[in-house]
Design a protein around this ligand. Structure first.
Ligand code: GDP
Ligand code: IMO
Ligand code: MG
Length: 423
């Protein structure tokens, strides 16, 4: 049975949530393996819109088992409110959700540290989501983190929490930033711990027993390739491995069990936050993509930066992730573009380069080389099969497939479940 990893191959927000939701019809177990509630995965079911931040997007289909793996950083307070919000909308969560006992916890002091760092960085700010993600992964690497298993032992949790909260408050006091109200925060955490403790399990066992039982598993990546801590546009990245390997280290699946890797990619490019973006369109062209694609962050509401499809960046991402099929989303957003451009190479200091540079200083100076084709100028949102796509839209997708040397498996021409078909 398939064990599929689905990753974003750009800078996040590729439409992973929508594709996951479509694929979960055929899936038994859905696993988030990295990131935290910096993610915002949108799923539209009929007239209902859901934005999932920590809970796998599979939760919207009844009877699917959902796992928050050890590589995820979990804010107990935000997770509890996500659970109660879904339950208030009639979705059963608690009997189907497991949280890895090894997952690290995000506390308010992490958020305060994230915000204070961004403020003090001035022009060097990363443009984080201010969800405390970086400081939590830093505590994990520094071996002072607090894990979900601690939620099940209140005394232990309290003493660890107080020790860390006091350490952070000493740092906040020294830098003159806002202090944490430790008592108020402990009261909130204590209540969240009571509610979440029953969901904490060794999810590595669930994952591997499910594989052994022949179940169909889907690993749901958050963020995207170029935000990966190792392969992304460092330091303008998030603090986890967003690429396929993250599913192994953060989801508890051994590489030999992975059978498929789906790379989700928009038909153009967006990025939110700071950092290099070679094909970014500043001015009216970028504004028109933003409006056509409703490109505003699902987590923070920030306007997303927009630009043309970047074959150099995406080819590198296909290689690192071992993508064997692409899911191309938001094709409909290009419906009204008279001319569509694709970046096929960069130039740097007069030289043509076709491999994505690792060095930030080089990346900031590259100039995109564009090839173009006429747009199809037809509404594709009602298209339900490949054959019904305008010929020029088919040609555009075939062109992307050739540039990335990867087949396109899925095409999406709208946010709804039905606006999806095989290529
Ligand atoms: P994710 O983080 O990768 O799950 O993506 P987001 O949910 O942050 O952003 C994708 C946005 O595009 C959401 O608002 C989706 O509802 C929407 N979306 C997904 N696929 C399509 C598509 O094919 N066409 C259009 N117009 N919107 C889409
Ligand atoms: P999904 O899963 C797009 C970006 C932030 C910032 C950088 C670091 O919805 O695709 P962080 O808060 O993680 O320390 O911020 O990463 N970022 C995302 N951009 N989609 C996301 O998630 C993102 N999660 C983080 O904007 O540039
Ligand atoms: Mg998103």
């Amino acid at each position: 049975m398939p064990v599929t990893v689905l990753v974003g191959i750009q800078w996040g927000d590729e439409g992973k949530g929508k594709i996951i939701d479509v694929l979960t019809e055929q899936t038994d177990v859905i696993v988030r393996y990295q990131g935290g509630n910096n993610a915002g995965h949108t799923v539209e079911v009929g007239n209902d819109k859901y934005v999932l931040h920590l809970i796998p997007s599979g939760i919207l289909r009844a009877d699917k088992r959902c796992i928050i793996g050890n590589g995820v950083v979990v804010s107990p307070v935000d997770l509890l409110s996500e659970i109660t919000d879904l339950e208030a909308r009639g979705i059963a969560v608690r009997d189907r959700l497991e949280i890895s006992s090894r997952a690290h916890l995000v506390f308010k002091y992490h958020r305060l540290a994230d915000a204070a760092r961004e403020l003090s960085a001035g022009k060097a700010m990363i443009g984080t989501t201010k969800r405390g993600i970086g400081p939590t992964y830093a505590d994990k690497a520094n071996r002072v983190g607090i894990r979900a298993c601690d939620l099940c032992h209140k005394e232990r949790l309290e003493s660890k929490f107080r020790a860390q909260a006091e350490r952070y408050n000493r740092i906040f006091a020294a830098q003159g930033s806002e202090l944490l109200d430790v008592e108020a925060e402990w009261a909130t955490i204590s209540a969240a711990a009571d509610a979440l403790a029953p969901l904490v399990t060794d999810t590595v066992l669930t994952v591997n027993r499910s594989i052994k039982a022949g179940k169909n598993l889907l690993f749901e990546g958050a963020q995207g390739m170029h935000l990966d801590i190792d392969y992304g546009t460092y330091p303008y990245v998030t603090s986890s491995n967003t690429t396929t390997g993250g599913a192994c280290t953060g989801g508890g699946v051994a590489p030999r069990h992975i059978t498929d890797v789906i790379g989700v990619v928009k038909a153009y490019t967006t990025r939110v936050g700071e950092g290099p973006f070679p094909t970014e369109l500043l001015g009216p062209e970028g504004d028109s993509l933003r409006e056509a694609g409703h490109e505003y962050g699902a987590t923070t509401g920030r306007p997303r930066r927009c630009g043309w499809f970047d074959a150099v960046a995406n080819r590198y991402a296909v290689m690192v992730n071992g993508v064997d099929q692409l899911a191309v989303t938001k094709l409909d957003v290009l419906d009204n573009q008279k001319t569509i451009k694709v970046c096929t190479a960069y130039t740097l200091d007069g030289e043509t380069i076709t491999d994505f540079p690792a060095d930030l200083e080089s990346l900031q100076r590259v100039q995109p080389v564009y090839a173009e084709m006429p747009g199809w100028m037809t509404d594709t949102t009602a298209v339900r099969t490949w054959n019904d796509l305008p010929e020029k839209a088919q040609a555009y997708l075939q062109w992307l497939s050739e540039l990335l040397e990867t087949r396109i498996g899925i095409v999406s021409t709208g946010p709804g479940r039905l606006q999806t078909f095989s290529a």
